[in-house]
Design a protein around this ligand. Structure first.
Ligand code: GLU
Length: 290
């Protein structure tokens, strides 16, 4: 049997905090306990928010925690061609379409709806796309692309589900629905797969990379639980293998809020500067000593 393959996949857009430490340490512990491998992936598709010093800090902080990962590290910004190929496949299946609205235009479209006050949001809290594929002909969309207008690519959710069915996965962690995540992927609407300013998206890149890197165990925070429905749908559409999923509890601040990269108090480097040790960090996130 092949060893299980785990991964930790941070974005270098800030310093790692206790929540990242928990996720990285849990992946490392599980890999070690199961005789598995641990990969590190740098999720830096958004070049405007990612910085080399944050990437360097990720390496330093993880090494300080005593985590060992395989080299070379995969950096997503070096693989836009792989994401483009996947988009091309979805395009050839007739499942994605270009859209041209700005955020402001989308907000105005929503404001004009009769139910603007309680317009539905996706699981990430962003308002659902108020447009639809049939609002403009494919020929007109193509002409605008050819004319050089900036565009995003959206998944035609209804057609995607019609093709492969609503996805489910077996959840081994504490996801909000318990054992099995058979999820209303429709809640995402026509989700964006490539942005105007970035020629891919979190959902698409993560799915492609998990497959290309042979990841068999996705262990990540519960905040990404609902994203897994989109990931499973993309795997089905693109014929990719399906890893096992485990969504772990989040580390919260004193007010019960999810930690953010901007809150300095819980940044690993701040804790290190205060004299905390890696063993202290394990204790703070509720992991037994390593
Ligand atoms: N890059 C994502 C983050 O930093 C994690 C992606 C994943 O684990 O699937 O939140």
């Amino acid at each position: 049997m092949r060893p299980p393959v785990f991964r930790f996949a941070p974005s270098p857009n800030g310093y790692l905090h206790l929540g990242h430490a928990f996720s990285a340490l849990l992946n490392a512990d599980l890999a070690r306990a199961g005789g598995g491998r641990l990969l590190l992936r740098i999720e830096d598709i958004d070049r405007s928010r990612c910085r080399p010093e944050y990437e360097q800090a990720i390496y330093e902080d993880l090494a300080w925690l005593g985590i060992d990962w395989e080299k070379p590290v995969r950096r997503q910004s070096e693989h836009f061609d792989a994401y483009r190929d996947a988009l091309e496949k979805l395009r050839s299946l007739g499942l994605i379409y270009p859209t041209f609205e700005s955020r402001g235009e989308i907000a105005r479209m929503i404001a004009q709806q009769s139910n603007a006050q309680d317009w539905p949001c996706d699981p990430d809290g962003a308002p659902l796309y108020p447009g639809n594929r049939n609002a403009m002909s494919d020929a007109e969309r193509e002409a605008r692309v050819q004319a050089g207008e900036p565009y995003a690519l959206r998944l035609d959710m209804a057609s995607a589900i019609a093709r492969v069915g609503a996805p489910s996965w077996s959840e081994t962690g504490g996801g909000p629905t318990g054992e099995t995540g058979s999820i209303a992927v429709q809640a995402w609407g026509d989700v964006t797969l490539a942005r105007k300013d970035v020629p891919t998206s979190y959902h698409l890149s993560v799915v492609i990379d998990d497959a290309l890197q042979g990841v068999t165990q996705v262990v990540r925070g519960q905040d990404l639980f609902w994203s897994t429905s989109v990931h499973r749908l993309l795997q089905a559409l693109l014929d990719l293998p399906v890893p096992a999923y485990r969504h772990h509890r989040l580390i919260l601040d004193d007010e019960g809020r999810k930690l953010s990269k901007s809150s300095r108090a819980t940044a690993l480097r701040a804790l290190r500067a205060e004299g905390r040790t890696p063993a202290d960090i394990r204790k703070m996130v509720g992991l037994a000593s390593g």
